[in-house]
Design a binder for this molecule. Structure first.
Ligand code: HEC
Ligand code: HEC
Ligand code: HEC
Length: 199
């Protein structure tokens, strides 16, 4: 009896392990902003926004004086480029060290900056659905494939006021993060536009 139970249990365990492996292999990958180009208005706003230009801040030559001062206040070297520093890339790029995302071996323009997918979720699967059922896919179908809509506070907090980062309220209250208020700062990402189709 005990043996049978143990075997069933082992069977279930290996099944769930197989399932876990499958779902990791099955998780959506990052594809970069280029895949989101049809949303021209959102794209244009984003490109000029704080998130769209977040990669620039890693370069001495591209930082403003104010930004240099901010680095100095945090004890960082403002005369340095930080584009090779993994400690910085996590939040200033898209999908850092995730499948398909930015890494030191995968430096692609459309993964630079905090891209669409950092708020809306990795897009490989959603993009297929979007192509197939352009006018008719539902928000629930998209969500089942990893699309995050609307973006949640949890998404923002991976980067904002993250306790593992220097750029948090622990270092300076100005880096505090009030989700509702920050969501109103649409110049930091994109304005709200009417979609052509209701999903
Ligand atoms: C955990 C995420 C995270 C990491 C890691 C991170 N940053 Fe940032 N960084 C942010 C966020 C979020 C902001 C914007 C904060 C705000 O204005 O509320 C920011 C802002 C900045 C700014 C502008 C600061 C200002 O006050 O104007 C610079 C410059 C910058 N980061 C450079 C860096 C460098 C260099 C590193 C590595 C040493 C780094 N960041 C690591 C998330 C991060
Ligand atoms: C900083 C987070 C953030 C980033 C980055 C971001 N979005 Fe959004 N997006 C949002 C939020 C939040 C909403 C919900 C807006 C609302 O309901 O007020 C939204 C809504 C949308 C919508 C629905 C229509 C609309 O305009 O509200 C589309 C389409 C969209 N985003 C596309 C994009 C694309 C394409 C990019 C990249 C070029 C992008 N987003 C980057 C946060 C973000
Ligand atoms: C992948 C990391 C990441 C995510 C996710 C993210 N942000 Fe950011 N955000 C940044 C970085 C980096 C900056 C700093 C860029 C700069 O100062 O130019 C920033 C800047 C901002 C700013 C402008 C701050 C300022 O002082 O000018 C606002 C507002 C903001 N983010 C809101 C949001 C909201 C709302 C969400 C979630 C819906 C979000 N962010 C998600 C990385 C992120």
């Amino acid at each position: 009896m005990f043996r049978k139970l143990l075997l069933t249990w082992l069977g279930l365990l290996s099944l769930s392990l197989a399932w876990a492996t499958l779902s990791v292999a099955d998780a959506p990958q990052y594809v970069g902003n280029e895949g989101c180009n049809c949303h021209k208005t959102e794209m244009k706003d984003w490109a000029d926004s704080a998130h769209g230009t977040a990669y620039d801040q890693l370069f001495k030559s591209k930082r403003s004086r104010k930004q240099n001062r901010a680095l100095k206040n945090l004890g960082l070297d403002y005369k340095k480029d930080y584009d090779q520093d993994e400690k910085c890339l996590a939040c200033h790029t898209t999908g850092f060290n995730q499948p398909g995302g930015f890494s030191l071996n995968n430096v692609k323009d459309d993964l630079k900056g905090s891209g669409c997918e950092t708020c809306h979720g990795a897009g490989s699967k959603y993009r297929v659905l979007h192509k197939e059922k352009d006018e008719t896919f539902t928000v629930a179908e998209a969500a089942a494939l990893g699309e995050i809509y609307p973006p949640t506070e949890e998404m923002c907090r991976k980067c904002h006021d993250n306790e593992n980062s220097l750029f948090s309220s622990k270092s300076d209250p100005k880096y505090g993060f009030n989700f509702k208020e920050r969501l109103e700062e649409k110049k930091a990402w994109h304005k709200k536009y009417e979609l052509l189709f209701k999903h």
